[in-house]
Design a protein around this ligand. Structure first.
Ligand code: HEC
Length: 207
């Protein structure tokens, strides 16, 4: 009995040590290439990143069909929502060719391509809902499987490969702008409404 227990403790300790050595080797391998976002990931790191992406959605959700059907209103709302929340990284057309997108590693994939479009509705829902750890992809929406806004986003992602030029122009209006751009826009509006010289006049009076 005691002998057996001694043996199992030894194998346990050896197991822990071996796991530690493996983990250190993997870490060294990954870090050897430099962990900066600018560097392209090696095969091993890309594999781990794919695992993180897949692991971010539980199987039950992956296999879950959409509980609502797409509607024109839902799609329009999702288009605006996407333009406001997602386009900064993914681009209005889903290409991922944006300033932020190009600087991220793993980079946002082209959402119009097979690798994304082949994913199930539930998987896309789960990715949007849960985010992807150790990547730039944040978690959005309310917890649970019934977030209507997120399901509508899934339908919009399905529509991305067929996005029209007119829709893209619409989306540009819903893209977020910086405070500086907002100020510039307000100044332009004021000018167009003939209010541009109001503040100057007021100043003149004060003097
Ligand atoms: C801050 C940048 C950022 C924002 C904002 C963002 N994403 Fe992402 N997204 C990413 C990155 C980076 C990935 C790649 C993650 C990976 O490969 O591990 C990603 C991956 C995804 C994927 C998985 C695609 C695939 O085939 O693997 C989907 C779907 C997605 N994003 C949808 C959205 C939606 C919808 C929104 C807005 C509600 C959004 N994202 C907002 C950065 C972003």
């Amino acid at each position: 009995m005691t002998k057996q227990r001694g043996f199992s403790f030894l194998s346990f300790a050896l197991g822990v040590a071996a796991a530690g050595v493996c983990a250190a080797a993997v870490a060294a391998w990954v870090v050897a290439g430099g962990f900066a976002a600018r560097n392209r990931p090696g095969r091993m790191e890309a594999g781990l990143a794919r695992l993180a992406l897949r692991g971010s959605v539980p199987r039950s959700l992956r296999e879950m069909p959409a509980p609502i059907a797409p509607t024109p209103e839902g799609l329009k709302a999702a288009r605006e929502h996407y333009a406001d929340h997602c386009a900064s990284c993914h681009g209005n057309n889903g290409s991922g060719e944006t300033m932020l997108g190009r600087g991220l590693n793993p980079a946002p994939p082209d959402l119009r391509l097979d690798a994304t479009q082949r994913k199930t509705d539930g998987e896309l829902y789960g990715i949007i809902q849960n985010g992807v750890r150790m990547s730039g992809m944040p978690a959005f929406g309310n917890p649970g499987n019934g977030d209507v806004e997120t399901w509508n986003l899934v339908f919009f992602l399905r529509h991305l490969p067929a996005l029209t030029a007119e829709e893209e122009v619409e989306m540009e209006k819903a893209n977020p702008i910086t405070p500086a751009e907002l100020k510039e826009e307000q100044a332009e509006d004021a000018f167009l409404n003939g209010e541009a010289d109001q503040p100057a006049k007021a100043k003149g009076k004060e003097r």
